[in-house]
Design a binder for this molecule. Structure first.
Ligand SMILES: O=C(O)CCC(=O)C(=O)O
Ligand SMILES: [Fe+2]
Length: 303
């Protein structure tokens, strides 16, 4: 497929690559991206009462609005989180769209187009990642990515004093892959060699972030990206994160192709289910090191 070759040239990962990249030439139409972004922005512009009916802190709901975010267990100061989030399950669309907000009127139709296009892009990226790792190109298909896809539509209002707030705490995403549309306002930062570095927005490009599940499935070859969002006093910001998820009951383990008996290639992580991953993620507030520690195998050294 021509689009695949062009995406591969711009994107194909090497072994041990950096864990957050921009995807361009991705084949998702500007009308699809901007169409959904406009509908989502309109959702957040609705009066508080209209949004309030979706408000919930129940994690299992298919669609909910909430504000702020839990305090990271690594926070020692009193940071406030400056975010409203519309969190919903977005794919497969036919099964889930009745749960989505019915206002604004264009919302469901535009989300359906966006969710299908981004799902297809994620599948193409996963095939390229598998090939880049020397795995079968279909390696990630099936249980590892077969759960209902999640979406965070994040809205960060202008903040009078950004020094007192964060948009989102430092975290790695939990699953295989996140495809993020960050719009054209800065705010996303990734950790690189111990420092936070801003990811400059590129119109219509997607930021692709590797998640913790991918880090463990590749036995640490592809590392998950730690990221956070800072606020600003000049402009509100909106991002749309699409998270590809496993079937919750399936067993997840380092890919057999990536482990063997040699010291450097022993399995670094034990096997676990998608539900265990979620539990561990909640317990560690998405902190990469703390979460990986819960699944790490400690091999005894033979003298
Ligand atoms: O707003 C962003 O750019 C990042 C959002 C994010 O990290 C998330 O929803 O998990
Ligand atoms: Fe994230």
């Amino acid at each position: 497929m021509a689009a695949d070759r062009s995406l591969a040239r711009s994107w194909r990962p090497a072994r041990s690559m950096a864990s957050s990249r921009h995807a361009v030439n991705h084949g998702v139409g500007e009308d699809v991206i901007q169409g959904f972004r406009e509908a989502a922005a309109e959702f957040f512009r609705m009066p508080a009462e209209a949004k309030l009916k979706h408000y919930s802190n129940e994690h299992n709901k298919h669609c909910r609005v909430f504000s702020g975010s839990v305090t990271s267990h690594t926070d020692t100061n009193d940071i406030r989180y400056w975010r409203d989030c519309l969190k919903l399950r977005c794919y497969p669309v036919d099964k889930l769209m009745d749960h989505w907000p019915s206002q604004p009127e264009t919302f469901r139709e535009r989300l359906a187009k966006y969710a299908v296009a981004v799902q297809e892009l994620a599948q193409r990226l996963l095939r390229l990642i598998a090939e880049g790792l020397g795995l079968d190109s279909q390696f990630f298909e099936g249980d590892l990515t077969g759960g209902e896809t999640m979406m965070n539509v994040n809205y960060y209002p202008r903040c009078p004093d950004p020094s007192l707030t964060l948009g989102i705490r430092p975290h790695s995403d939990r699953y295989i892959l996140t495809v993020l549309s960050q719009g054209d306002v800065t705010g996303l930062q990734v950790k690189h060699k111990g420092r936070w570095i801003g990811v400059q927005p590129m119109r219509n490009a997607f930021v692709v972030n590797f998640g913790l599940q991918l880090e463990m499935v590749t036995n640490g070859v592809l590392t998950s990206v730690e990221h956070r969002v800072v606020t600003n006093s000049a402009k509100a910001r909106m991002s749309v994160a699409t998270l590809i998820r496993p079937n919750m009951g399936c067993r997840i383990r380092p890919a057999p192709m990536m482990v063997n008996g040699e010291t450097n290639h022993r399995p670094k992580y034990r096997d676990f289910t998608g539900s265990e991953l979620i539990e561990a993620y909640e317990a560690t507030a998405g902190n990469r090191e703390a979460l990986l520690a819960l699944f790490r195998i400690h091999h005894t050294k033979l003298l």
